[in-house]
Every structure is written in structure tokens, then in C-alpha cells.
Design a binder for this molecule. Structure first.
Ligand SMILES: [Zn+2]
Length: 367
């Protein structure tokens, strides 16, 4: 090798080294933001495979065919990849192919599991926000105040933020009890709750109560999303938790066509949120998003509506990441399982807070 070739190689190596080490040198914590989004009871079957024809057929009346249904024309395709892109086009074609990754597709040797044995909402959400399952204490969906301090409360305290800058906006009213051990430690807007002190939101505040959904203690996700966007723009939270519910409600009701529509609407919310984040200098390129669910549901036409300790498949969940400190794109393959109890430490770590120092038994941050 002559001198010039060696110089060129050394230069090239330096460039490669500089480029590959750049992301690692990016300091995590000081100015980063985190957004957690949950889709209640969203099955792995729809997330990775879109419309489930067997389920759709099981919901039809005598004489109806799947092919004649509007939902079939809208969401059916031959392959799982094509179907899920029809259901959630922004999530798959933009977020997953350009910015992030998703774990939980069993067909690829990827698994995400709950550690709580109950497999319903409060235990699932508490596991996420505390990093531990407490099956003996959190054993119903009753709105008892969370007996454990959540990662939301600790992040607010450690970063010395005003309460408004660690925010939970939820469709389900019970998040007033789930999200914090000390009432008022953070900002929580849950159920049919107006956004106080916002004269500009008069109509949103009125409509979310007047357009009452058929379910108790819940508001429609459309309103939850609007409240979250309004709070995000005004208060600039460093940690926002957006909790959506309709992927569970319509499934319990057995309304498969409305359930699929809820996924499609959620995809549009993700698009609006992402587009807004990209337009804001204090959020663009420094916001970590984690999207997941609190439990799965049954796998078959006999039990897809349900979940709980006795329903096979309700422990199978999924988790998606769009993070400036994670380089992985697309789908996770052949890895040791991830667990929902790792979410608290992962979110805290993105903000420079060591959750395991406080809770050594909590799941460890996902790398
Ligand atoms: Zn749930």
C-alpha cells in the first residue's frame, strides 16, 4: 500500500468513526422530551396483520358476506404487511420505515409480554408507570389511588418541572387515580374533563361532555387527542402521556368494523402529532416516543372481545419506539422478550433519570 492510499484509508476510517460514534455522543437527558402513547387493549393480530378476516366473518349476520362489507373494501389486502398498511398507513409507511421500530411480532421471533397476571387495564397501566406488577394490591379496575409513586411524579420532581410539564391526557377517567400516588403532583386530564382556564377551547370543552360515548367513565378519543394537542402546544410538557381507549371499547362491544375505524383514526392522530413535533424546535429531533398497549385479548372469534387472566393471548402485547437514541428501524426480530415493566425505566432514562436506583426490582431500560 502506498503512502497516499494509506492516508486516504486513515482519513476514511476517521470519517466512518466520526459518523458511527456521533449518535452515541449525543447527550441524553438535558433537553429531551418523552411521549408515551397507549392504545387500550390493541391486539398484536391487528397491529401486525390488520383486518382479521376470521374475526370479521364471525361478526356477520346470516346471509352477509365479508366481501360485501365496507370495512373489507377499505382494509382488506392479501398479505399481513399490506393489510396493516391500509389500517395504519402513517404508522407503517412513515414512522416504522423511516423513524422507529416495533417489537412484538411473534412471526419474527419477537415477543413483548406483561408481567402482571391479571391482563386488564389498571394492572397493565400501573405496571408501565411504576415498572413493577403488584398483583395482590392492584387487582381490579376500581379507581383506587395508585399505592405506588409513578415515574411521572418522580420525573417531575427530579427535573424540577412545574406540574403542567409532566402531563397525562386520557380518555378513561380512572387515570386520575392511576397516574399518580400524590394527587396533583402532575397534570392529569382524564375522562370528560374540561381543560380549565382556556376560553379558546370553549367548544371543545362543551362538546366532549355533550357528545357522550356509550361507555361509562370515558370520553371519545377524538376529544382526548384535541385536549392533548392543546396542552402540548401551550404547556410544552417534557413528559406527555396520551392514553386512548376506543381500541378496547369497540372490541368489548363486538363492533369489529368500528374497532378497525378506531385504529385508522389513531393513525391520523399519530400523523398530526408527529407533524406538529417536527415543526417545533424544542421537540424536533429530541423527542422519544413509545407507543404500546396495556393488554392483549383473545386470539379467536370466541374470545377476541375479551381479556383477563384466563384468556389465552391477553398477555401478548407490542411496543413501538421512535427515539433519537435508538437506531433500529422496522421490526424487531429474534430477541429475548421485552416486558411492559421496562417502560418506566426506559422513559426515565431518556430524561436522564435512573428509575432502577429508586426501584431496583423494576424492569430495566430497553436499549
Ligand atoms: Zn385495558
Amino acid at each position: 500500500m502506498n503512502r497516499y492510499a494509506r492516508t486516504a484509508l486513515v482519513t476514511l476510517a476517521a470519517i466512518v468513526a466520526a459518523n458511527t460514534t456521533l449518535p452515541a455522543q449525543r447527550p441524553v437527558g438535558a433537553e429531551d422530551n418523552v411521549i408515551l402513547i397507549t392504545l387500550d387493549g390493541a391486539r398484536v393480530q391487528e397491529m401486525f396483520g390488520g383486518l382479521d378476516l376470521e374475526i370479521l366473518r364471525s361478526t356477520l349476520k346470516k346471509g352477509q358476506t365479508a366481501e360485501d362489507q365496507p370495512v373489507y373494501r377499505r382494509f382488506w389486502a392479501e398479505t399481513a404487511a399490506a393489510r396493516r398498511e391500509k389500517l395504519m398507513p402513517f404508522f407503517w409507511k412513515t414512522l416504522m420505515s423511516e423513524h422507529g421500530s416495533i417489537a412484538g411480532n411473534g412471526m419474527l421471533g419477537s415477543a413483548v409480554r406483561l408481567t402482571n397476571r391479571h391482563r386488564f387495564s389498571y394492572p397493565g397501566y400501573s405496571e408501565m408507570l411504576v415498572g413493577e406488577a403488584h398483583d395482590d394490591v392492584i387487582k381490579s379496575n376500581d379507581p383506587i389511588r395508585n399505592p405506588n409513586r409513578t415515574v411521572l411524579e418522580t420525573v417531575r420532581e427530579r427535573l424540577a418541572l412545574p406540574a403542567a410539564r409532566v402531563a397525562t391526557v386520557a380518555s378513561w377517567a380512572h387515570f386520575n387515580a392511576i397516574a399518580e400516588h400524590t394527587e396533583g403532583a402532575t397534570f392529569v386530564n382524564a375522562g370528560q374533563e374540561t381543560l380549565a382556564g382556556r376560553a379558546d377551547l370553549d367548544r371543545l370543552n362543551a362538546w366532549q361532555v355533550e357528545a357522550a360515548p356509550p361507555w361509562d367513565h370515558v370520553r371519545f378519543d377524538a376529544f382526548t387527542f384535541e385536549v392533548a394537542m392543546a396542552h402540548l402546544a401551550a404547556a410544552r410538557p417534557r413528559l406527555l402521556y396520551l392514553s386512548l381507549d376506543e381500541t378496547d371499547d369497540w372490541a368489548h362491544d363486538g363492533r369489529y368494523e368500528r374497532l378497525l375505524d378506531a385504529y385508522a383514526r389513531t393513525d391520523r392522530y399519530l400523523k398530526r402529532l408527529w407533524t406538529w413535533l417536527e415543526s417545533q424546535p424544542d421537540y424536533r429531533g429530541r423527542t422519544h416516543l413509545l407507543v404500546t398497549t396495556d393488554h392483549g385479548r383473545g386470539r379467536t372469534p370466541a374470545d377476541w372481545r375479551d381479556h383477563g387472566a384466563k384468556i389465552a393471548g391477553a398477555e401478548e402485547v407490542w411496543m413501538a419506539f421512535m427515539s433519537p437514541s435508538m437506531s433500529w428501524r422496522g421490526e424487531w426480530k429474534n430477541h429475548p422478550p421485552l416486558f411492559t415493566n421496562q417502560i418506566a425505566a426506559t422513559m426515565a432514562g431518556w430524561l436522564g433519570v435512573d428509575w432502577n436506583e429508586m426501584r431496583p426490582n423494576a424492569g430495566k431500560p430497553i436499549q
